[in-house]
Write a protein that binds this ligand. Structure first.
Ligand code: MN
Length: 258
């Protein structure tokens, strides 16, 4: 049997399942909210073209308005000044969007400290236990944060010091950006940087180092508690917006059942 025939047979008999890691996209989906004086993006809105009525008696369709960086979305290199000469979302090779998913679970630590950040030692501890990161992998940061997704207030978790959400340190971002096996970094939070990352040096190190090194970001993931630490395959499918800095995306994991 060919490899793909074995895969489709496994999908048919349920020994491999397709897990949706995507946050449903609606006008209520939490989106990033930058402080003044910066401009902000918009979430999803639908504008009806027809709905089985005089404008289209047999069909329904909508126009959509949505920010590139709304809901579960991919960050392309050109999103950041360090990657501005890099790839826009349409230029990302499809092979980079399908690869092994590895999970780093810090949900217990984040429950104690919402400002928890990943450091190089956390990646090194993962590799000591599971081996080197596999080629073309997506590093998924499991934090439990998606459980807050029903409420923008608890999901964004801001006070007078700004948002308090988990992320990655300057050294941690440099470690990931310097690893040739890494295709991208996926998180449960609204953006790939920590809530307090505006106070880091450089600011927003996940964006700064990863997008500057042709690594991609993936945000607002759900169901990471159902993805095994190793062995799943991630499929990311952003729209090929020509010149786009990112795109809302579906993110799926193929998971092999024991
Ligand atoms: Mn983004």
């Amino acid at each position: 049997m060919s490899t793909l025939a074995a895969l489709t047979a496994a999908l048919a008999d349920g020994s491999v399942t397709v897990l949706d890691l995507t946050t449903p996209l609606s006008g209520d989906t939490p989106i990033l909210n930058l402080p003044q004086p910066f401009a902000n993006t918009v979430g999803l809105s639908l504008s009806e073209v027809s709905n089985f009525d005089d404008n289209g008696p047999g069909w329904a369709w909508n126009d959509i308005t949505v920010g590139e960086h709304a809901g579960t979305h991919l960050d392309a290199p050109v999103h950041w000044i360090t990657g501005r000469d890099g790839k826009s979302v349409d230029a990302i090779e499809p092979a980079r969007l399908v690869g092994p998913a590895i999970v780093i679970d810090k949900s217990a630590e984040v429950a104690e400290n919402p400002d928890f950040v990943l450091e190089p030692e956390h990646f090194e501890a993962w590799e000591a236990e599971h081996g080197p990161l596999p080629a073309n992998c997506w590093v998924l940061f499991r934090t439990g944060w998606s459980a807050r997704g029903a409420s923008a207030e608890t999901f964004l978790n801001a006070d007078e010091q700004g948002p308090h959400t988990p992320g990655i340190s300057v050294a941690g971002a440099q470690w990931l950006a310097g690893n040739a096996s890494v295709s991208g970094f996926g998180v449960e939070t609204v953006g790939i940087d920590a809530g307090q990352a505006a106070t880091f040096d450089p600011m927003f190190p996940a964006h700064h180092f990863l997008l500057g090194a042709d690594k991609y970001g993936l945000t607002s993931l759900r169901n990471l508690d159902q993805v095994p630490v190793t062995g799943a395959t991630l499929v990311v499918s952003p729209l090929p917006i020509v010149g786009g800095t990112g795109s809302p995306t579906r993110a799926l994991a193929l998971v092999e059942n024991a």
